[in-house]
Design a binder for this molecule. Structure first.
Ligand SMILES: NC(=O)c1ccc[n+]([C@@H]2O[C@H](COP(=O)([O-])OP(=O)(O)OC[C@H]3O[C@@H](n4cnc5c(N)ncnc54)[C@H](O)[C@@H]3O)[C@@H](O)[C@H]2O)c1
Ligand SMILES: O=c1ccn([C@@H]2O[C@H](COP(=O)(O)OP(=O)(O)O[C@H]3O[C@H](CO)[C@H](O)[C@H](O)[C@H]3O)[C@@H](O)[C@H]2O)c(=O)[nH]1
Length: 336
């Protein structure tokens, strides 16, 4: 298939681009570069050994997306484009609704205009209204969430369901990612956060690199084995392979699946994994809980295995070693 990746210059999109080419597909990236560098696409193309055209454009512009679909004879779209910073979504909710919801609608309209009916969407574990350790796809999802970012994703899930109900040709997959971590094993592409990272793994990587003084562990009094928050960290390459499987198994209607490992790791366990990769202790202090954080989130990944034949196979240690290879080899990221 010829696959358009909106937001394909970003962290998950660039890894997915490589996985798609390696599986025999052709990839075109459409990205406004608001949170990415064109260098990510250039490196993904080099690693994959294929040309990956980059269209620098806003996925919220229906006419531009429609033009890209026609120009590149696209068969399927994976929609990664969007903003993802939880705190920023609280401060700037309208921008989040405009970019996230607006770009999803514009992309679906552009596809309809061009008769493209294969659609894969980046959702998140955050859409579950009741966090828990083994979340299943039929657990309650809705708008009763902690932040506008999560609500944008729940809204888009509803929009995709309505679009599929109205158009029986639409074949869609909604992928609820748990916590992506790690980098391509080449060390050439990885997560390149702008400014001080919000997320745990890139934050620890910058502590290990000496750019940040110490990790602040947000709470050690949760009802978890060591008192720190537990998440389901999934290697970004496993996540990328989940997209390939989803794309290749699309059927009319909407399939919604968790992409997680089914295993939990605490903040201190992630820190220890980094210490093993780096080969020395890393400084940390216990700080107050971060508002809105759950004690535990984790996936029941059974449905993805049953329906897509996919499961995550890479360990936390592997992910952290790959993240550290990327961080230490590219201290300034893509240096945008
Ligand atoms: N990383 C995570 O923890 C995580 C977890 C669950 C879901 N997601 C979702 O997965 C998707 C990809 O996440 P990521 O971690 O790769 O983030 P990212 O920021 O690295 O990638 C998103 C990409 O979209 C681009 N973009 C943003 N707005 C755009 C627009 N209007 N038009 C075109 N391009 C636009 C950005 O430049 C960036 O390259 C996002 O939709 C995100 O919400 C991410
Ligand atoms: O500096 C830090 C950063 C994080 N944490 C802790 O580390 C764990 C993971 O935090 P992240 O910020 O890395 O990830 P979250 O689980 O909070 O959320 C992320 O993953 C979710 C998917 O489950 C959503 O996509 C969400 O938008 C995205 O930020 C949490 O227990 C958090 O309290 C720290 O202790 N210190």
């Amino acid at each position: 298939m010829r696959v358009l990746l909106t937001g394909g210059a970003g962290y998950i999109g660039s890894h997915t681009a490589i996985a798609l080419v390696e599986a025999g597909h052709a990839v075109v990236v459409l990205d406004d570069l608001s949170n990415a560098s064109p260098e990510a696409v250039a490196r993904a193309a080099r690693i994959a050994g294929a040309e990956i055209p980059l269209v620098v454009a806003d996925a919220g512009d229906r006419a531009v997306v429609s033009g890209a679909i026609a120009d590149h004879a696209i068969d399927a779209v994976i929609h990664f484009a969007g903003r993802k910073a939880v705190g920023e979504s609280v401060a700037h909710p309208l921008a989040y609704y405009r970019v996230n919801v607006g770009s999803a609608i514009a992309t679906l309209e552009a596809m309809a205009e061009r008769g493209v009916d294969r659609f894969v969407f980046s959702s998140t574990a955050t859409v579950y209204e009741q966090p828990g350790g083994r979340l299943r796809e039929d657990d309650p999802v809705g708008l009763d969430l902690e932040h506008p970012y999560g609500r944008t994703k729940a809204m888009i899930e509803a929009i995709v369901a309505d679009a599929a109900a109205a158009d029986p040709r639409l074949r869609a997959a909604v992928l609820r990612y748990f916590n992506p971590i790690g980098a391509h094993p080449s060390g050439e592409i990885g997560e390149d956060p702008n400014g001080i990272p919000n997320n745990l793994a890139p934050y620890i990587a910058k502590v290990a690199a000496g750019e940040l003084e110490r990790l602040r562990v947000f709470g050690d009094d949760y009802p978890t084995p060591d008192g720190t928050g537990v998440r389901d960290y999934i290697h970004v390459v496993d996540l990328a392979l989940g997209h390939v499987a989803a794309l290749e198994h699309l059927e009319p209607g909407v399939l919604t699946v968790n992409l997680g490992t089914g295993e939990g790791a605490s903040v201190l366990e992630v820190l220890r994994a980094f210490e093993r990769a780096v080969g020395r202790p890393l400084p940390y202090e216990v700080a107050a809980r971060r508002p809105g954080d759950a004690a535990v989130t984790g996936a029941d990944p059974a449905l993805a295995h049953e329906r897509l034949g996919w499961r995550a196979t890479r360990s936390l240690d592997e992910a952290v070693a790959d993240a550290w290879r990327w961080q230490s080899g590219n201290p300034r990221g893509y240096a945008r």
